[in-house]
Design a protein around this ligand. Structure first.
Ligand code: ATP
Length: 205
């Protein structure tokens, strides 16, 4: 199987996440995408609600797509979520499968601040999605050379990074949290089930 691993804070998950994941799944012929909400994120410290809520919202958001699933591996770890550890666990679970780690270009540009990013870059191929307002992948210093159209070799690694131009969504979780704090409607930015969960649990007030 070809499996996409999509890590994020998902604070909250929104249609930007869902739609770009669907485009990646189709373009790269992935058999499934595993959404992995972070437990205690090592980098994003502000404004993060409990991991259990973020996990539940992610489950509600993906459950109508048979190709999407959610893993609680990071949430159940009570220590900071390092992608490297997560990939190690998944590689053991899916020994016969091909894994791709999926991230937006904004996250890719920040990769150098991630725990042991050089090791991570030697462990798994990466799919990088475009995002409005960010440069393209060729501006990254992590890229060594172009292998073929939309495929680049990572420096000091025999792994590749594949870039995909996805539909542009200006939406972000930060924007949704700000709108909620101001008492504005965020309807149609995320699934109704997730919105209902936010309202019922009085989140992001
Ligand atoms: P925040 O605003 O809190 O930083 P976010 O909307 O960027 O959140 P994350 O949970 O941090 O969402 O994102 C998880 C992954 O999804 C990241 O790799 C991010 O780059 C990617 N992503 C999020 N929104 C988009 C989008 N609109 N287009 C492309 N990629 C996205």
């Amino acid at each position: 199987m070809r499996i996409g691993v999509f890590g994020g804070t998902f604070n909250p998950i929104h249609f930007g996440h869902l739609r770009v994941a669907e485009e990646v799944r189709e373009t790269f012929s992935l058999d499934k995408i595993i959404f992995i909400p972070s437990g205690v994120p090592p980098l994003k410290k502000q404004d993060i609600i409990d991991a259990i809520h973020r996990l539940k919202m992610t489950e509600l958001a993906v459950n109508s797509n048979p190709f999407f699933e959610v893993s609680d591996i990071e949430v159940k770890e009570k220590k900071p979520s390092y992608t490297l550890n997560t990939i190690n666990i998944l590689k053991k679970l899916y020994q016969k499968d091909i894994l791709f780690f999926i991230m937006g270009i904004d996250a890719f540009f920040e990769l150098k601040s991630w725990y042991s990013y050089e090791v991570l870059l030697r462990m798994v191929d990466i799919i990088v999605m475009s995002r409005p307002g960010y440069d393209d992948i060729t501006k990254s210093e992590l890229i060594d050379y172009k292998v073929s159209e939309n495929c680049y070799r990572i420096k000091n690694s025999d792994r590749n990074v594949f870039s995909i131009s996805v539909s542009p969504f200006w939406i972000s979780s930060t924007l949704l949290r700000e709108m909620l704090r101001k008492g504005k409607s965020i309807r149609y930015f995320l699934p109704d089930t997730v919105l209902k969960y936010i309202e019922e649990n009085e989140l992001y007030r």
